[in-house]
Design a protein around this ligand. Structure first.
Ligand code: ZN
Length: 123
């Protein structure tokens, strides 16, 4: 099995409800996103997937969140736009977008800051 990881970024604002801390106030993050894909079969050139193709695929999902106020985004209706919720949402969207590819999404890690990250995966 091969694992392939790409890194992307997006910027967005949010505020967290039911949270007694500074993130309860409106603020923004430059989110760093690591997406890991897995697959067992290489093509005739020896690639699982082209990095550029996977980056492009992920960007189509991330562009929908970029420079948005996440609390008002339909993806987070009825739930806090925490890093956990963002990672889960991105996993679902990327899995759907990559359904027909030889590499399937395995994990999505969302860094809310350089030292704080959440990983979502389904095993
Ligand atoms: Zn925050």
């Amino acid at each position: 099995m091969y694992e392939l990881t790409i890194e992307r970024q997006f910027a967005a604002a949010h505020k967290l409800e039911n949270y007694a801390g500074p993130c309860a106030r409106l603020h923004g993050h430059n989110y760093r996103v690591l997406v890991t894909f897995r697959g067992a079969t290489l093509d005739e050139s020896g690639f699982l997937m082209d990095f550029a193709a996977l980056k492009s695929l992920c960007d189509t999902v991330l562009d929908d969140l970029d420079h948005q106020y996440l609390n008002d985004h339909a993806a987070f209706a009825g739930r806090n736009p925490t890093a956990e919720a963002i990672a889960h949402y991105l996993f679902q969207q990327i899995r759907a977008a990559a359904a027909d590819l030889p590499a399937q999404v395995w994990a999505v890690t969302v860094y809310e800051s350089p030292t704080s990250a959440v990983t979502y995966r389904e095993e």
